[in-house]
Design a protein around this ligand. Structure first.
Ligand SMILES: NC(=O)c1ccc[n+]([C@@H]2O[C@H](COP(=O)([O-])OP(=O)(O)OC[C@H]3O[C@@H](n4cnc5c(N)ncnc54)[C@H](OP(=O)(O)O)[C@@H]3O)[C@@H](O)[C@H]2O)c1
Ligand SMILES: [Zn+2]
Length: 337
């Protein structure tokens, strides 16, 4: 079978489509014929040599977390799916025995890690991590859901966002961003999204952002956003200089969930503003498999229509990463092997 392999970690030119050995499922495992696999900034960090998880010793490396497709082969002790079933993978990898696995939520697992291997014609996965897809959810939409939408949905749960809440989403045009905008809308809330691109600003309005600020400058964003109103919650995946901004815009007692560091892995925050304002800063990573099941349900009943920015063949995987890297992307980028 063919796989879009990272043969180096210097960027998108290091993606090479190669012939690799077809996987064989062992007990509890399933081989999925991959119809669609979306990419995430997480894969790009790896490809740029900016991930603690993968270094040159791990090459060649097949990334790709968000697999959707049909079951091609099942190993021993697999009863819950059959060959031909339509499935999407929850990329969470957990130990199953630590106190968090036993008590939940599972994404707190002490051994928490992520599945990689979806950027290929076939993926070898654990059957327990498969969610069955209704016919009304196509593979491309399903592949958008696991990492970006599940993470955004879990952040909205952690920040208790509900009807009429105002949610600030800096960097609202990527995977987590568009997911946040759409899910806030679905919950009856209102969003303020930011972008540096006027074309993407228009698209943000089209997908349901209530307010769009076109700027990268925290002071300029603060000025415009403050006129709109105090944020009940902040969905924050940028880090860097936008953390302080998020805290400033948050109302007293408001909650900011943080899942990423695209604009920087460290942030300076104003400590008195934090404690005098009774504000909450909440670290959040991925979500739970039941979160993903909820999102599949919302997509099946038409409440959610995931935003697919572009679709690529397996041979075009390097181009997809180049588009993400150059910020020439809106929503989810999906590879169709
Ligand atoms: N902890 C977790 O479980 C988890 C899960 C998912 C994602 N994440 C993290 O969340 C972040 C977003 O992931 P994603 O896959 O949604 O990425 P993505 O699709 O590449 O996000 C693109 C968005 O980020 C903005 N952006 C890109 N570079 C920027 C920069 N240097 N400064 C400011 N804004 C910038 C873009 O703004 P423009 O519109 O202006 O181009 C766009 O709105 C990443 O840091 C990722 O690692 C974490
Ligand atoms: Zn565990």
């Amino acid at each position: 079978m063919r796989a879009a392999t990272f043969t180096g970690i210097d960027g998108p030119d290091d993606v090479t489509v190669q012939e690799t050995a077809a996987p064989t499922p062992e007990s509890g495992e399933v081989v999925v014929d991959v119809a669609a696999c979306s990419i995430n900034r997480h894969d790009l960090w790896i490809l740029e040599g900016d991930s603690a998880m993968v270094d040159t010793d791990d090459l060649p490396f097949v990334s790709g977390l968000d697999v959707a497709g049909r079951v091609a082969e099942t190993g021993a002790d697999v009863d819950s799916v059959s060959v031909g079933d339509r499935v999407v993978l929850c990329p969470n990898q957990t130990c199953g025995v630590c106190r968090y696995c036993r008590e939940g939520p599972e994404n707190l697992c002490e051994q928490f890690s992520l599945y990689h291997g979806g950027l290929a014609e076939q993926a070898l996965v654990e059957v327990d991590r498969l969610v069955t897809l209704p016919d009304s959810v196509d593979f491309t939409d399903a592949a958008a859901l696991p990492t970006a939408y599940m993470t955004a949905y879990h952040m909205l749960r952690r920040t208790d966002v509900g009807a009429n809440d105002l949610v600030f989403i800096p960097g609202a045009t990527g995977g987590v961003g568009v997911a946040g905008v759409q899910l806030v809308d679905a919950l009856g809330g209102r969003s303020i999204g930011t972008t540096t691109s006027s074309a993407k600003a228009d698209r943000l309005t089209e997908i349901g952002a209530d307010h769009v600020v076109e700027s990268s400058d925290p002071d300029e964003i603060q000025e415009t956003a403050t006129e709109i109103g105090e944020a009940d919650a902040v969905l924050h995946h940028l880090g860097g200089e936008y953390t302080k901004l998020g805290l400033k815009l948050l109302r007293r007692g408001g909650r900011m969930a943080v899942c990423g560091r695209t604009a920087g892995g460290t942030s300076e925050i104003n400590i008195p503003r934090l404690f005098l304002g009774h504000k909450h800063v909440i670290g959040s990573t991925m979500g739970t498999q039941p979160d993903l099941e909820t999102l599949v349900g919302l997509t099946a009943d038409g409440t959610l229509d995931p935003i697919i920015g572009d679709e690529y063949t397996l041979d075009e995987t390097g181009q997809a990463f180049a588009d993400m890297q150059s910020r020439d992307a809106f929503g989810k980028l999906v590879i169709q092997p």
